[in-house]
Design a protein around this ligand. Sequence first.
Ligand code: PLP
Length: 411
Amino acid sequence: MCNVIDVAQCRADFPILEQTVHGVPLVYLDNGATTQLPRQVLEAMTAHYTQYNANVHRGIHTLSERATAHLEEARETVRVFLNASGLEEIIFTQGTTDSINTVARGIAPMLQAGDEIVVTQLEHHANFLPWQQLCLERSAVLRVAPQQNGALDVAAFRALLGPRTRLAAVTQVSNVTGAVHPIGALASFVHSVGGLLLVDGAQAVRHESTDVQAMDCDFYCFSGHKMLAPSGIGVLYGKRECLASLIPARYGGGMVDIAGEQSSTFSPLPHRLEAGTGSYAQAIGLGAAIRYLNAVGREGIAQWEHTLLDETARQLEMLAGVTLLGSPAHRAGCLSFRVDGVHPYDLASLLDKQGVAVRSGNHCAQPLLASFGLEVVTRVSPAFYNTRAEIDALCSGIRRATEILWRWSGR
Ligand code: PLP
């Protein structure tokens, strides 16, 4: 039994939600794209900039040492959040895209012609294009596991694995259908053929398990801006030996041990993969965001977000002309739908006029939408600071928008 969260109290922590747009209260349901920041995270960032802003790991002066201590405290907070076994397994990056590219670039020199990388149709472009381009560059083979009803066809995924599989890259939660994938099982399939599993946790971190040891994944990637932290910060987790085998994607300051004119030696992990000045203030914000999520209660957050998503699905299914995309057995974080005779951009635009923010587009998941024979859909992604009343506002907004658009088109 988990603690039920106090939604009104949570909302009070998010000043941005108090505004009106087009004269009506804002209903922010685009959390899959980015979440809002609570006061506690903004205060941690303000404290950084007003009290101890200095470059980290470089200066022997008080401000630099304080900033470094706060950054490393944030790394420890992330380590505990992921249940990683060591701090050297936590690399700060700019976000999920950067984390995935770091791995793709890092394994590139080891990939032989004919080696295989397995992805799925459900991937965001961030977990698709780096592998596609890597395969083209190395004459490797990209295998794409199909979706079934908006979730991964696990049997088909397993059938694509073989002795040449070097790595499989899978999303934990689809950013379009919200399908939740059985990462532990996928890891055991991939490991049984000697491959590595990279998990894109971008849509999962706010509400699903992030225990990397329980999942037994080799790499885990996420972005701060989808879990109450600022933009420009993300994490690449990797098992120690997996990170150690990566060739650095970037060279420069902070990652070198001895730089000689013709050759150099490099720092140990995690710094070896963190060249240049990183987003340390944002990393401190990420630490504060994780502490905030823990204080509210991650199980309570997951439970409320599931309740809101179920309620959204229930109400949408009753609306004339609305079809949900896929019917995954386990859904979290978001769902997408289309409305007969209504273009998703028109719908999003009319919803905006009613104060409701949703996302219409291809959701950077063109292979998935193509598998449904579609180009664009509308996505709703509630967070724990949303209310039932906001879901009601969304659904009556869709009804109103649909009536207007159908009338205009003479339906
Ligand atoms: N993966 C998934 C599943 C996503 O939803 C997103 C962003 O929407 C990304 C990767 C890319 O994240 P970022 O743009 O923060 O790198």
